[in-house]
Design a protein around this ligand. Structure first.
Ligand code: ATP
Ligand code: MEV
Length: 333
């Protein structure tokens, strides 16, 4: 198949003692994420904050077989040699993980089950790669460490996104809010209350195209884009205190401000703007697109669970295909 361009890995140099018996079946999971603040800016060196969404997860199950490599998912079922371009990232995760652990590229069937909708800014590509890398390695008797798993997810993300910041790769396996900048991730303390509402436009958001669009805009109008990125950065930095001090009103205001800045970066669209406006009109403390944009999801912050129900209903009336609730305390370990 075309398009599998992930970095070539050297065979594992780990000591033989860390390689155990290969089980007949191995599984691993990863969850969705939402980006609270900083998407797109993070690709250009600014910080971002992401939250784990444990309620939406994907599981990879790997079984040994006497056939060539095989993948079974909602998007495609069949030999990976005939997989469509759409599957290039998960295929990369399978092939590169086998190469990394020094196993032959054959004799494994990989099934993907779960609930993270694809191309909605919820990190499905990183979660698929994270689940596949851990399960495929496990099927060879190898437990990846965090650095190995991150590198394999990034190899797949480069195929999916082109120039991934690494934020998604960190947040789909994190139990806590993540602060991410220039390749470095750390846990972010949060005492935030309230309830987040995630609303899906039902429209595919092509992260690769949105990221390329921002890069093109930056090349054409460097000063204006630098100004926008720096205002996003200020909001993200200020949000650290909002989270620690449970200042929901301030955080909500920053979310709405960042949505307007993302619109200037051309990664919003009328559907996302309408959902944001309807959430705000229904009493949200703030709302913004989350993830790559140009489709995908909106994240709104509600003061209480009751407000959250009202906001979710308003967004569904204004075109959201579905909504999910995320309590901030569920995003901390
Ligand atoms: N259930 C699944 N089975 C197999 N592959 C999947 C599945 N879900 C997602 N993928 C892979 O992830 C790709 C979607 O990646 P994309 O980056 O466009 O969206 P996303 O990761 O959901 O959004 P974002 O990166 O903005 O959070 C799909 O084209 C496919 O390769
Ligand atoms: C748009 C982006 O910032 C987040 C996608 O979930 C891209 C990236 O960080 O690689």
């Amino acid at each position: 198949m075309a398009g599998v361009t992930g970095r070539v890995w050297e065979p594992s140099t780990r000591p033989a003692s860390t390689i155990g018996a290969a089980p007949a079946e191995a599984t691993a999971t990863a969850h969705a994420k939402v980006i609270l603040l900083g998407e797109h800016a993070v690709v250009h060196g600014a910080p971002a904050i992401a939250l784990p969404v444990h309620g939406l997860a994907l599981t990879a199950t790997v079984t040994r077989t006497d056939r060539p490599l095989w993948i079974d998912s909602v998007l495609y079922r069949g030999p990976i040699a005939a997989a469509p371009e759409l599957l290039a990232a998960p295929v990369t995760a399978i092939v590169e993980t086998l190469r990394h652990v020094g196993a032959p590229a054959t004799g494994r069937a990989v099934r993907i089950d779960g609930e993270i909708p694809a191309e909605r800014g919820l990190g499905s590509s990183a979660a698929v790669a994270a689940a596949i890398a851990a399960a495929v390695a496990r099927s060879c008797g190898v437990e990846l460490d965090a650095a190995e798993r991150f590198a394999l997810i990034q190899a797949a993300e480069r195929v999916a996104h082109g120039t991934p910041s690494g934020l998604d790769a960190r947040s789909v396996v994190s139990d806590t809010p993540v602060w991410f900048q220039a390749g470095q991730a750390r846990e972010l303390p949060s005492a935030l209350g309230g309830v987040f509402v995630i609303a899906d436009t039902g429209l595919r958001g092509r992260t690769r195209e949105a990221v390329a669009g921002v890069a093109a805009l930056k090349a054409a109008e460097p000063d204006r884009v630098a100004g926008i990125l720096s205002r996003i950065q200020e909001c993200t930095q200020a949000a650290v205190d909002d989270l620690a001090g449970d200042d929901r009103a301030a955080l909500g205001a920053r979310m709405s401000q960042v949505h307007a800045l993302l619109r200037e970066l051309t990664v919003s669209n009328p559907h996302l703007d309408r959902l944001v406006a309807s959430a705000e009109a229904a009493g949200a403390l703030g709302a913004k697109l989350t993830g790559g944009g140009r489709g995908g999801c909106v994240l709104a912050l509600a003061e209480t669970a009751q407000n959250a129900e009202t906001i979710a209903a308003a967004m569904r009336e204004n075109g959201a295909e579905r909504t999910w609730m995320l309590r901030p305390e569920e995003t901390t370990a």
